[in-house]
Every structure is written in C-alpha cells, then in structure tokens.
Write a protein of this length. Structure first.
Lengths: 109, 147
C-alpha cells in the first residue's frame, strides 16, 4: 500500500468486489455500492477508482468471455489481491481505533 | 494534405474497438432501415397497379408484432463522438469492455431515465469524470481524496 490509506469510496469499491465474489465488473460494482449504501454514486467515479486501485496494486482484473447480449464484447472482472485485503484490514482497524472510547452518537455522555 | 493526428486510429485498423463498434452499429442501422421499408407499413394497392401520378394509400400504423430487435446492445447506441471521446481518454486495453459497460448503462438506465439526449450528456459527463483530470481538479479544489 502507498503512503496514504484508503479513501471512503476506495473502501466501498473494494468491499463491493469482495461481495461479488469474482463476478464483479464495472456495472455490477456500481449497482452493488448503490444497493448497499442506498445513495446514488457516479458511474465514472467507479472506473476512476478501479483504475487507481489497480495502479496501486490492490486489485487485479481479467477479461471474461464475449457475450452476444453485449455485442460480442467481454466483461472485465475485478478481483482483490492480498495487498488489497491487507489495506482493507488496516483501514478497518484504523477506524476502530478512532472510534474506541467514543460514546454512541446521541447517547448522554 | 492534412496530416492525421497520432491518436486517431486508421480506418483500416479493423481490430480497433471504436471501428468495430461503428461497423456493428452501421449493420444494425442498415438492417432496421431495410426492415422498416419492407414491413412496417403497407400499400393499399399493389405498386404495379398504381397509375402514374396517382398516390397510393399507406397504412403507417405501428405494428408491434414486427418490432424485431436485431441487436439489443445497439438498440440505443450512443453517438460515435461519445465513443471516440472514451477511446481518447481510456487506455487501449480497457477500451473494449468499458465501451460495452457504458453502452449497457446507456441502454439500461440513462435512456429510460433521462431520454436519449439527456443520456448522451450523462454519458459524456461520466466519461470525463473517469479521467484523471477531474480527479486532479477535485483534489485541488476540495483538498482531499476524490470520492
């Protein structure tokens, strides 16, 4: 992992790839994030993030079989690498450390 | 003679995804045009029986039983300038699958939601959004990671 940790959207994209279990391509990753987060996201931002994560070496991708319903064009499936899982664990641990000792929001101190 | 820019692929480069998609759309367009001429309206009289200068009655009612989708992906094809923009901004190894992803989104979500022209605008925005230029601008002005 690089000098900086994962951003919020990068974390969401990595988690969506894990949820889709190796069958995640651009459209399904965007749909998965929208379905789980319940808010609209930018389709182009998903690809920008996928490119960035691939450049950081956190994910890898390979082309599937061309299908007639896509006009003979293949899908690119994304998979998370060991470095990506490690980065996710670090981001989660960092978040938990920051939340430790904080009273639940809305509860009396 | 005008010199061709270096990024512009040759017309003879049949393997390039941009030209493959253009050829596919041209075939779909030709097929649908021929189909409409052949079957989507009827002449009241046989063309041979129409006198010179006489107008034949034409039944132009829509006939859904003749709606035949030759290629569902190409049904609402985005304009070629959108795809050219994509090919300019995306690395060649990612162009083919990404063009198909965008076309899937274009057909499945943007055209039904925004109409054809709106979908074209959304397509262009998202193609620009995925480029590093917008990331850089967001980082410059929002002072943080792009979302």
């Amino acid at each position: 992992m690089g000098r900086r940790g994962l951003g919020e959207f990068e974390t969401a994209v990595l988690l969506a790839i894990i949820h889709l279990q190796g069958r995640g391509y651009g459209v399904s990753i965007a749909d998965e994030i929208e379905r789980r987060s319940g808010r609209p996201i930018s389709f182009g931002a998903v690809y920008a993030t996928l490119d960035r994560l691939q450049k950081k070496g956190l994910i890898t991708s390979d082309l599937g079989e061309p299908t007639p319903e896509r006009g003979g064009k293949p899908k690119r499936f994304y998979r998370i690498k060991a470095d990506g899982e490690r980065a996710l664990r670090e981001a989660h641990a960092w978040s938990e450390r920051m939340w430790a000792g904080v009273a639940p929001i809305g509860a009396p101190a | 003679m005008m010199r061709r820019p270096v990024w512009f692929s040759r017309r003879s480069d049949r393997e390039h995804p941009y030209w493959q998609l253009a050829a596919q759309r041209r075939r779909a367009h030709n097929a649908s045009a021929a189909f409409y001429i052949d079957a989507n309206f009827y002449l009241d009289a046989h063309p041979a029986s129409i006198e010179l200068g006489q107008t034949a009655g034409v039944d132009t009612r829509h006939r859904p039983e003749f709606d035949r989708v030759t290629n569902p992906v190409a049904r609402f094809a985005p304009p070629s300038f959108c795809e050219l923009l994509m090919c300019l901004l995306v690395e060649p190894e990612f162009q083919e699958d990404r063009l198909a992803d965008y076309q899937e989104r274009f057909n499945g979500l943007w055209v039904p939601r925004f109409g054809y022209r709106g979908a074209v605008a959304v397509y262009v925005w998202h193609v620009l959004r995925q480029s590093r230029l917008i990331d850089w601008l967001i980082r410059m002005f929002a002072w943080g990671d792009p979302l």
